[in-house]
Design a protein. Structure first.
Ligand SMILES: [Zn+2]
Ligand SMILES: [Zn+2]
Length: 450
C-alpha cells in the first residue's frame, strides 16, 4: 500500500464494523458514571508540557520517554496528553470548580498519546475512560470510586477480573518506608535491571512492580508499605476495606500494586485480567491528595481511575462477550422506476423526521442488487415500490428475519401503520435486536503487524 495513505504507526482507524461496539461500551460507561453522579468534562488534547512534568512527574517513563512534545509557532513547549488526570486538575483549578461545592465528580472519554513500542501491543494513540473526584477525603470515597469501576465491568459482562488494592501511604510515612526499601535493595543492587537502578534513587517503590523476573525475585522479601503506614493512613486503609466488604466487592491486598505515576497517595488499586495471555491491568487508579496543591491550588483531597478502552475491548473479545446492537436500517425501500424513486425518497424523508432509520436506493440499482444490499446492512423491514404498488396505493412490508409480510397503505396513514407494525414486531423480534449482536469476530483493536 502506498505509504502516503497509511495511518501513522501506532494509530488505527476505528471502522464502522467496530465503532458500534465502541459506542455501546462508551454508552454503558457514560450511563453508569451518570448513575453515580459524575458529569463529563472535556479538556484539550494538548497542554503546556510543564503541566505533565509537574503532575505526572518528571521521573516517570511517561514524561521522560513517551510524550509527544513539540514547540508550537510561538515557541511554547506543548505536549499531547499522555493521560487524563493532569488536564482535569488544571481545568478544576482554572475554573475554580471547587467553589461549586465538594465533591466535584467528573468523567472523561478521551484519546491519549504516548510514544510506545508498538510491538508490545500498545497503541501510540489510545483511548481512556476515566473518573475523578475532588474534595472527598473520606475512605468511603475510595470505595465509591472502586464500586463505580466495578459496576461498569458488571454491566459489560466482563468476568474473572481480580481487584487488587494497596496503600502507598502519605508523604509523612512514605519517607521512612523508602529508606527501608532502599537499604534492602542496596544489597542486591547489582542484579537490578537498568531501569530499576535509576528508580532506586528517585522512586524505589516502582521497583516492586517491575516485570523483569530478576527484579521480581529480589523484591520477594522486600519490606512492605503496609508495615510502615502512619496511624491515619492505616485507619484509612482499614476503613476502605470495610466499605468494600459492605458492598460485597471482592478484593485482595497486594503490596506490589504501586501505580506508575508519582502523584498517588494512600489507596491505589487495579482491576487485573488473566484473559490476554499475561496478566494485564484493565483499570488502575487511586488517591492523589497532594496533586491539586502541588499544581498551585488549595489542599484538596482527590482520587480517580482510568480504564484503557483498547485493552477492555480485547478482554471482552477474549471472553466472547456479545452486546445487543441496534439495527443500522429499520426500513429499506426499494423503488422500481422513476416515479417510484421519487415516492421512495419522500417516504424515507418522512421516516427520518420520525426518527426511523430508513434508506432508499441511491445507486439506481436493479431490484436484485437492492435486496442484496438491504440484506447486507441488516435491514429489519424491506418494502418494494413498483408501478403496481403505486397504482393500488398500497405495498407489502417484509420482515427480513421472519419473512412475514404485512400490507401497508401508501397514503396518509403510511407512517402510523409502519410504526404499528414495527412496534408489534418489537415484542417478539425486538426490531431485529435478537439476532443482531456485536460478536467481536474479526474485530480489530490493534493495527496489523507489517
Ligand atoms: Zn501516612
Ligand atoms: Zn527492574
Amino acid at each position: 500500500m502506498a505509504a502516503n495513505i497509511q495511518a501513522p504507526k501506532g494509530t488505527r482507524d476505528i471502522l464502522p464494523k467496530d465503532s458500534g461496539a465502541w459506542q455501546l461500551v462508551e454508552d454503558i460507561m457514560r450511563d453508569e458514571a451518570s448513575v453515580h453522579g459524575f458529569e463529563e468534562i472535556r479538556t484539550p488534547v494538548f497542554e503546556r508540557t510543564e503541566l505533565f512534568e509537574r503532575s505526572v512527574g518528571d521521573t516517570t517513563d511517561v514524561v521522560q520517554k513517551e510524550m509527544y512534545t513539540f514547540l508550537d509557532k510561538g515557541n511554547r513547549s506543548i505536549s499531547l496528553r499522555p493521560e487524563g488526570t493532569a488536564g482535569v486538575v488544571r481545568a478544576v483549578l482554572e475554573h475554580a470548580l471547587m467553589n461549586d461545592g465538594a465533591p466535584q465528580k467528573l468523567y472523561y472519554l478521551i484519546p491519549c498519546y504516548r510514544y510506545e513500542n508498538t510491538q508490545e501491543g500498545r497503541q501510540r494513540e489510545f483511548h481512556q475512560f476515566g473518573c475523578e473526584a475532588f474534595g472527598a477525603a473520606a475512605p468511603v470515597a475510595d470505595a465509591a470510586l472502586i464500586a463505580l469501576a466495578h459496576s461498569i465491568f458488571e454491566r459489560l459482562g466482563i468476568r474473572n477480573l481480580s481487584l487488587e488494592i494497596n496503600s502507598i501511604g502519605c508523604p509523612k510515612c512514605r519517607g521512612e518506608y523508602h529508606a527501608a526499601l532502599k537499604a534492602f535493595l542496596e544489597a542486591s543492587k547489582g542484579e537490578l535491571c537498568g531501569t530499576c537502578l535509576t528508580r532506586l534513587e528517585k522512586n524505589p517503590m516502582r521497583i516492586l512492580d517491575c516485570k523483569t523476573p530478576s527484579c521480581g525475585e529480589i523484591t520477594q522479601n522486600a519490606p512492605v508499605m503496609k508495615d510502615y503506614l502512619c496511624s491515619e493512613c492505616a485507619e484509612h486503609f482499614t476503613a476502605v476495606q470495610e466499605y468494600l466488604d459492605a458492598a460485597e466487592i471482592a478484593y485482595t491486598v497486594n503490596p506490589r500494586i504501586v501505580r506508575g505515576l508519582d502523584y498517588y497517595t494512600r489507596t491505589v488499586f487495579e482491576f487485573i485480567s488473566n484473559d490476554l495471555g499475561a496478566q494485564s491491568t484493565v483499570c488502575g487508579g487511586g488517591r492523589y491528595d497532594g496533586l491539586v496543591k502541588q499544581m498551585g491550588g488549595a489542599q484538596t483531597p482527590a482520587l480517580g481511575f482510568a480504564m484503557g478502552m483498547e485493552r477492555l475491548l480485547l478482554v471482552m473479545q477474549a471472553q466472547n462477550i456479545t452486546l445487543p446492537r441496534p439495527p443500522v436500517c429499520e426500513l429499506y425501500i426499494a423503488p422500481l422506476g422513476r416515479q417510484a424513486q421519487v415516492k421512495a425518497f419522500a417516504f424515507t424523508n418522512l421516516l427520518h423526521q420520525a426518527g426511523i432509520k430508513a434508506e432508499c436506493d441511491l445507486c439506481d440499482r436493479s431490484l436484485k442488487a437492492q435486496m442484496k444490499y438491504a440484506d447486507k446492512i441488516g435491514a429489519v423491514f424491506t418494502m418494494v415500490l413498483g408501478d403496481e404498488e403505486l397504482k393500488q396505493n398500497c405495498a407489502e412490508l417484509k420482515h427480513m428475519q421472519t419473512g412475514e409480510k404485512t400490507s401497508i397503505s401508501l397514503g396518509e396513514g403510511f407512517l402510523t401503520e409502519f410504526v404499528a407494525v414495527a412496534t408489534q414486531t418489537e415484542d417478539n423480534a425486538a426490531m431485529g435486536l435478537d439476532g443482531l449482536t456485536v460478536d467481536f469476530e474479526g474485530f480489530e483493536i490493534f493495527e496489523k503487524e507489517d
